[in-house]
Structures are given as structure tokens and as C-alpha cells.
Ligand binder design. Sequence first.
Ligand SMILES: Cc1ncc(COP(=O)(O)O)c(C=O)c1O
Length: 367
Amino acid sequence: MSYERTNIQQMTGYSSGEQPRQAQVIKLNTNENPYPASAAVAQALAGIRVEDLRRYPQPLANGFRQVAADYHQVEVDNIIATNGGDELIRLLITTFVDPGQTIAIAEPSYSLYPVLAAIQNCPVTRIDLQEDWQMAPDFAERLNASGARLAFIVNPHAPSGVLTPVARLREIAQSFDGVLVIDEAYVDFIDPELAYNAVPLIQTLNNVVILRTMSKGYSLAGLRFAYGIGARELVAPMLYKTRDSYNTDVISQVLATAALADREHAALGWQKVREERERVGQALCAMGFSCSPSQSNFLLARVPLHDSRYESPEILARECYQRLKDEGILVRYFDMPRLRDKLRITIGTAQENNQLLHHLESCLRPE
Ligand SMILES: Cc1ncc(COP(=O)(O)O)c(C=O)c1O
């Protein structure tokens, strides 16, 4: 006899990208930042004493929330700090959706959403993105027709990197009858010339929550720290009712605060990633790959379509993934509709990217 709830018995857990132990692997599979966090973070880490761990952390991470509020020009009450973006997603689901109510997601997107929905025993409506990875004109109507209480969109989109403008997000949020989560895990890599900023939406729309993470833009994936920005009425129940009592720890609060305060350092890395994204994109294109226009720290590259040695582009994509892996280079291959002929490649350092391009070229070269 199993003691698990029936829906837990029936569900499949989240499958993370490979996290190899060997340091020499070139890791371009989970969209981590190729550059280290700022010296201010190293200094803050060195300043933490074992004695500081004797006591519980600030329950709401108020020091961090203040820095985040100042940065985004919102009130502290508009910010919730969480143990990674993943915890915020879980809180959004458990706070705003009853078991049995529908959650909607733009498809494809972050594969953790359906897993957390399954834990809450919620059906998921998947609304396919268009060919260009944008949301269809009737996206909001389809959200409403599904009866969704909560909907997730990723902007810039993962896994394509395509950016939806703020005006379109506003239209969708205004028309949607539930809570709209704009997952901005990769927002820091957007070209500054586009002047993208969705945060002002929360001032006039009380159904929008924006997810930000320190994992990507601030090189702190190992720390597990993220935050949500939303109307006070949305943030308060998560802060005061559904959050774990001490959901972020002493060390992560100190380091995340130091990192967010030193955005100048992080911004140097964002710029290098953009430059490499452009260079790698052009090199892939010259080899016959085609990439969607990415504003993120990864490229979704479709393999060249006409290679007579392979039965199908899907087989070629899988072969490229495997051959790169054999060479110690990890990229992400998704065995999912619309993605089987593509590789998602995180932008690494120039040296890592050169290795990637070199080995991809030899994958395509006739023997
Ligand atoms: C689209 C998206 N949202 C959220 C996250 C969660 O990030 P974290 O839990 O590291 O903050 C990720 C991580 O890969 C992601 O790709």
C-alpha cells in the first residue's frame, strides 16, 4: 500500500538539466551565467561568521526587499523574497489556485510549471505559441475560456529567447480574469536599447506578478534566491500566510543583497553575454542553423534541415547533442513537440563558445 496522495502517485517529477561533477565540462545546458558574481558578493561571503548562523534569519528578508524596492521604484510591500524562482512559482500556485482549478501555460515553456500544478492537483491548459514563439492574438480569450485562475508566461520566452513587448503584456493582463505571472528569469540579458520594463504594470494591474531571479543575471544559481514584484494585495497573502516561516537563509540574504546592490558589475557580464550571443548566432547561421531572435542568455538553434546523411532533422539534432556531450560539452536537447530538431545552447565565455562552434562544425562535416 502506498501512503502517497493519488495525484502524487500518478505524477512525474521535474527532470533537471544535467549537473556534472567534473569541473572541466563546458556547461551550456542550464542557462547559468558564465561569469562570476561581483567582488562585493565575495566580500560579503567572507564577512559571514559562524556566529551569524546561530540565530534565525530576518523572516521577510527586509534588507533585500528594500534594495529591490529602491531598484524597481516600488514599495517594499510590492516585493517578496523567495528561495529561488521555483519557490515563488510554488507559492503562487498554492496561494491563488484551489486543487482542481485550472492553471494555464504558454506552450512550450518552463517544464516545472506543470509539475508544481500536478502537486496541487490542478489541470493544466497549454496554449500553443505561434510559429514565431509569440502569443496568438486571442491568447487572453483562450486563457479565459480555459477558466484558468493563474497563467504563466516567460518573457523573454524560454526556450526561444523571443521578447514580447510590455504593451502586449498589458493587453493580456487587462483581458485575463486570473493572476498573470510574467516570469522574467532572463530579463537582464535584454538589449538596453529596447528599454523593456514591465514593472510599472504592477502599479495599475492588481493581477500581475513578475518573477525575478538572482540565478541568471547575477551568477548566483547555486545560492537559490529570487523575488516577486506585484500589487500589495497579491504579495501580502504569500508573505504572511503561505511562505515558509524562514524561507530564505542568512547567507543567501546577505549575498543576494550585495549582488543586487552591485548591478554595475553584473551589467558588465550582461553586455558580454549579448555580444557573444550575437557572434555565436551569426556563426551558427553561417553553418546552416537557424536561431530565433533571442533577448536571453541562450539560443534555440534549429539544425540545418537538409543533411542527406540523416533521416530527419530530429535525428541530426540528437546526434549533435550526443557528439557534443562525448566531447565534454553539454547543451540542452528537449524531446518535445516543436523542439526535437533544435538545441538550446546557453551562451558561455568566448572560449567555451569557440569550442562549441568548433565541435558543432565537425558534427556537420561529412566524414
Ligand atoms: C523560465 C524560468 N523561470 C524560473 C526559473 C527558476 O530559476 P531559479 O529557481 O533558479 O530562481 C528558471 C530556471 O531555469 C527558468 O528557466
